[in-house]
Ligand binder design. Sequence first.
Ligand code: ATP
Ligand code: MG
Length: 436
Amino acid sequence: MRYSKMFGRTTKEAPHDADSVNARLLTQAGFINQLMAGVYTYLPLGLRVLNKIKTIVREEMNTLGAQEILMPALSPKEPWQKTGRWDGLDVLFKLEGAGGKEYALGATHEEVVTPLVQQYIHSYKDLPVTLYQIQDKFRNEPRAKSGLLRGREFSMKDLYSFHLTEDDLTAYYERVKGAYARIFSRCGLDALVVEASGGTFSKYSHEYQVITDSGEDIVYHCKCGWAVNREIFEGKVGDVCPSCKKGMVESHKAIEVGNIFPLKTKYSDAFGLDVTGEDGKLVRVLMGCYGIGPSRVMGSVVEVHHDERGMIWPKSVAPFHMHLITLSNKDSEVKARVDETAVELHDSFERTGIEVLWDDRDDASAGEKFADADLIGIPLRLVVSQKTLAEGCVEWKERSEPADPPPARGGVRGGGSRLVKIEDVMGEVGEWVKVE
Ligand code: ATP
Ligand code: MG
């Protein structure tokens, strides 16, 4: 992809109401554009990241054996009345349609999925059923803020599971925990599994919390892995860990990126969702629900992985694997050679499935191109210039975090960059892309 043709540009201006690192950097780098508080357009760069996160989520859901569906965002009032959430869920967006008929925009989908499943399952033999979707949710958050972290329209993956027995629900719940751990680690996030209250419908739930100062939540935890939400913890920082009895309780701010609930019969009671058991008697179906916010995950990755120059994307969710930069030259013959090399590299990369953003602009200085590359945060940068060509090379530099060691192989030059022979570039990048 040629940057000169890409829709969306970097800008030095920080949006005046950017109240968080992710809102500022994603806007300045041309990933997202705010339409109104809590509502964003994803520009080409941003959409690539969001889609990569959704792909990781989708792969892990499919590995669990869950089946993907897509429910409508618009739903009638009646099921929400049945569960008490027409009035009980304060963030529900309500609309009035023709003839005064009332609707809700999906803030979550128990009210849609439970009656849906009821139409298709009748016998214990039909269970378990596990369905998920990835869709935009709408919540009338009183304070939409922090860029992608708290939106009024945001992306959610919601999975619903239906079981005959509590044992089956519990076993599945544990498998989902495994999938969630893989999802967050693949996205470059270190997420704590935090015990939290189950709201009105179950004894407990589990939240996935990423520790960072920009978080709104507070978690108490110990190095042993024990972690609980502020709402259910009765101790204080410095107490002996109630789990391992050795470590000390710490407390940190954190972002909730996922939440899973053993709903049990909360919604099957509301809709009378039963199946016929083996003995011919009716059995109430047990449910679990499991949410992840891909857009909040995207914002969280930026909160965790950035420096003063810009974002630092983990390879797995970076908009492109590589940023190819050509430095322009007044000498048209030199410029032609630089561009020719870049075209060859660009096309060979694309042919082998390596995603490359080529900064081919003629009207940007080297300094501007490097600053933009740092802001955009693609993990690998290759520079082709008169200087590198004189040595038959391109310059290789990784957008690593300050704490990372410099690249291991080859003659390391100042700033962690090194020269790689043009004939070796394809092979080296191919290897680099493979490493997690
Ligand atoms: P919060 O406590 O932060 O308001 P929640 O507990 O109401 O969130 P859930 O209903 O558990 O959220 O939603 C599942 C997931 O959807 C959350 O873990 C989060 O990743 C995401 N999410 C929820 N609300 C928002 C929002 N307003 N903007 C972006 N993502 C959100
Ligand atoms: Mg939650």
